[in-house]
Write a protein that binds this ligand. Structure first.
Ligand code: DON
Length: 554
């Protein structure tokens, strides 16, 4: 009996690890890391064809819109960091924006309460999408191969169909109630009143047609003409706000990324309207005051410091950050070394500082997606994009295959009321026409003496920033290789709710007990994040990459 049990465990674990070996992936010239191997391979083929990192990123992004509709998209938005061969880092903001007729109280009832799900499900939840404008603009400025070549693999996948794997089947089952409400989504993602299941084929022929239009016409193929007409008509019929004017005026915007020095490295990440860069900068400026290496990776002493820092920086996020085109923010002051020092000085090494109030919300963790690319010429792309929830608002605009986001939920719908990530906010992130909602997406590039060290990012809503921060610290402070850095157990605190999320089985009872004694309220969660990272391995003088085993990339 014992023998039989032993064999079956062995078989099970060998299936689990089949998709990745235990050493990082190494490559001399270039690399693509995404959450789906089929999308990474498409980016890789573009590099081999002579494309640069931006070309490969765009092809990977369009492919993810087909093979990973949970988060890959053309109906959502995101942020792209591009590092040019001579070292300059640019940031492209293609975040969704509120429709021009949106208003601050649009999700509140007559008593001023948030109407459940109104900013999460259906036509009213959708922000004006930015992905196609973003990819088109990145290509206009930096692309090398013809635009049309970058879309062809995605067109083929959508047209010929893909086999649904276990991960997609499980997410379709979870979001079935949402998807089956909308005819366009029902048609694609369900069959005979049930969600598509593992090993079924997902055909997206309308999406293939839309991608072909974009392939020929560029971004205008999405924001005007037939595609736009279908979006506008569906919106008008179903209580959505997006009009022709919204689509016509949408622009991806070049911004200066946030950059800070950390122990001789330069960390670049997304500037507002993402909070990612500012919050990362605050974390690292405070952390610089601690001998992180000596404190010991994931020791109770070090976790305590991290958590107390996170508590403070997420308070700043809620209070100050929003769309820079609408509000003034003290960004320079927040990301200064003196603020980092003040945060550090305010920490009591023995006790957790209580948050004013607690708001119990679930931490969600798998509905955005990141990919990292580097090419032989020293160009790198770090890109995170999203529909917000898995499958966004659940709405596919009939006849287009376009799944639309529910990004409006990232605004502070009502001061102090938390969003799907449990994040709170106030006036800085209130809804206004044409405004971009505050994000946590943190596509990041780390350099040293003008050489790339690390390219990374993650999904995870509010937990994105702390996930990215821990992987950076694992590499820079704890000198882990990329596999160790990505695999290491993670924790997260975001001020409110006042609980310290720790990954299950990742921390010893001893460490957790010490943290509890210091006053932390521990909440065990299954996973935090899905990091896609590329690192320059100085021993081997090669790129090394690792796709988070928490999900199943390559
Ligand atoms: O922009 C943001 O911060 C969120 N819309 C991201 C949502 C997310 O990562 C969901 N979960 N993985």
């Amino acid at each position: 009996m014992k023998f039989i049990i032993y064999i079956s465990i062995l078989l099970l674990s060998s299936t689990e690890i089949q998709s990745q070996s235990l050493v990082p992936l190494y490559a001399k010239s270039g690399m693509v890391m995404s959450t789906r191997s089929s999308a990474s391979e498409i980016g890789d083929a573009i590099l081999k064809k002579g494309g640069n990192a931006v070309d490969a990123a765009i092809a990977t992004g369009f492919a993810l819109a087909v093979v990973y509709p949970q988060a890959g998209n053309i109906g959502g938005g995101g942020f792209m960091l591009i590092r040019l061969p001579h070292g300059e880092v640019s940031m492209l903001d293609y975040r969704e924006q509120a429709p021009l007729t949106a208003s601050p109280a649009m999700y509140l009832d007559s008593l001023g309460q948030v109407i459940p799900n109104s900013s999460l499900i259906g036509y009213l939840a959708c922000g004006v999408p930015g992905t196609v404008a973003g990819f088109y603009e990145a290509h206009r400025r930096f692309g090398r191969l013809p635009w049309s070549d970058l879309l062809q693999p995605a067109v083929d996948l959508a047209q010929n169909g893909i086999i649904i794997d276990r991960r997609m089947a499980s997410s379709l089952a979870r979001k079935f109630d949402r998807l089956q409400q909308f005819p366009g989504s029902r048609e694609i993602f369900t069959r005979a009143g049930k969600p598509l299941a593992e090993n079924d084929t997902l055909f997206q022929k309308d999406l293939a047609s839309t991608l072909r239009i974009i392939q020929t016409a560029g971004a205008p193929g999405f924001y005007s003409g037939l595609t736009a007409e279908k979006i506008i008509t569906a919106m008008a019929k179903n209580g959505g706000l997006i009009t022709a004017r919204d689509l016509k005026q949408y622009k991806a915007i070049w911004r200066k990324p946030i950059s800070i020095d950390y122990r001789g490295y330069t960390i670049y990440s997304a500037a507002p309207p993402s909070s990612g860069g500012v919050v990362l900068a605050e974390i690292f400026n405070a952390l610089e005051n601690i001998n992180v290496r000596q404190s010991g990776h994931n020791s109770s002493e070090l976790i305590h410091f991290w958590v107390e820092i996170e508590r403070q920086v997420y308070t700043d996020r809620a209070r100050f950050l929003g769309d820079p085109d609408f509000i003034n923010m003290p960004v320079d002051s927040l990301i200064s070394k003196s603020t980092g020092k003040k945060i550090f000085n305010s920490i009591n090494p023995d006790y957790a500082r209580p948050a004013a109030a607690t708001i119990p919300r679930i931490i969600e963790s798998d509905q955005t997606t990141h990919f990292s690319v580097v090419d032989a010429g020293g160009m790198a792309v770090s890109n995170t994009f999203t529909l917000n929830d898995s499958y966004g608002s659940g709405v596919v605009i009939a006849g287009t295959g376009i799944l639309l986001n529910d990004e409006m939920d990232d605004f502070a719908l009502k001061s102090g009321v938390s969003d799907a990530s449990g994040l709170t906010g106030g006036a800085a992130n209130a809804i206004a026409p044409g405004k971009r909602m505050l994000s946590s997406m943190s596509p990041t590039i780390v350099t040293r003496s003008d050489s790339i060290i690390l390219i990374l990012g993650s999904p995870g809503g509010a937990t994105i920033i702390t996930t990215v921060a821990q992987v950076i610290s694992n590499v820079l402070d704890h000198q882990m290789n990329i596999r160790q850095a990505v695999c290491a157990p993670r924790f997260h605190h975001q001020w409110l709710p006042d609980s310290l999320a720790v990954e299950v089985n990742g921390f010893s009872s001893d460490v957790l007990q010490k943290l509890t004694q210091k006053g932390h309220s521990i909440k065990v969660v299954s996973v935090l994040g899905d990091v896609q990272a590329i690192m320059w391995d100085r021993h081997y003088q090669e790129w090394s990459g690792w796709s988070d085993p928490r999900k199943d990339g390559l």
